[in-house]
Design a protein around this ligand. Structure first.
Ligand SMILES: CC(C)(COP(=O)(O)OP(=O)(O)OC[C@H]1O[C@@H](n2cnc3c(N)ncnc32)[C@H](O)[C@@H]1OP(=O)(O)O)[C@@H](O)C(=O)NCCC(=O)NCCS
Length: 166
């Protein structure tokens, strides 16, 4: 995948498409996530996990190549989470992360969810997209439903952010 470093952002946007992931994308999804998993920024997802949760994923393609992904996980009838958001490093700061989160938000709203959260080390990125930092203790569904089983539970470096959907 070549890096479009010199291409203006406005041009890049006309060449992107977001679509639901398909089974044939699993290997590429794993490759996209792996550097972020290796650096501890994202939680690992093996092939089985990706396969079973594939319908949560959206992919952003640039000129037909997978450049970024994000997943929408439903927690309750009100609450969803943006998960596994990853933009390939050569496409960073091109608006791809923003576009994908917007797609996840519109999907969440169309399903009837009223709030979205994310657990992230990139809180500033989410703040730019209208999310606010919240106390993890205000998210018991996540804390006691998921985080308690995470190896980083007592050492978590992630910040919880939340956005109310229109
Ligand atoms: C965080 C991440 C998704 C950002 O994606 P991106 O495509 O580079 O971000 P965008 O270009 O859409 O940026 C949107 C805005 O956020 C800002 N931004 C992006 N990354 C930022 C960061 N690390 N810190 C502060 N601001 C950031 C951009 O400057 C832009 O601001 P602007 O609208 O004022 O110009 C990407 O760097 C990534 O994949 N990181 C590793 C995985 C991760 O942390 N995922 C989140 C956990 S779910």
């Amino acid at each position: 995948m070549s890096a479009p470093q010199s291409t203006p952002v406005s041009v890049l946007k006309t060449e992107t498409a977001i679509r639901p992931a398909q089974l044939r994308d699993i290997a590429a999804l794993g490759e996209l996530l792996s550097p972020f998993v290796a650096s501890g920024v994202l939680l690992p997802r093996d092939e089985t996990n990706l396969t079973r949760n594939l319908r949560e994923f959206f992919l952003l393609e640039w000129r037909g190549e997978i450049a970024a992904c994000a997943a929408l996980q439903i927690f309750t009838r009100e609450l969803g989470e943006v998960r596994s958001l990853a933009v390939a490093p050569q496409f960073a700061r091109r608006g791809f992360g923003r576009q994908l989160v917007a797609r996840v938000e519109s999907e969440a709203a169309s399903l009837g969810l009223s709030r979205l959260i994310a657990l992230t080390v990139e809180a500033e990125f989410f703040h730019k997209l209208g999310y606010r930092t919240v106390d993890m203790r205000d998210l018991p569904e996540k804390l006691w439903g998921v985080c308690i089983n995470c190896p980083k539970f007592r050492n978590c470096d992630e910040i919880a952010v939340q956005k109310d959907l229109q």
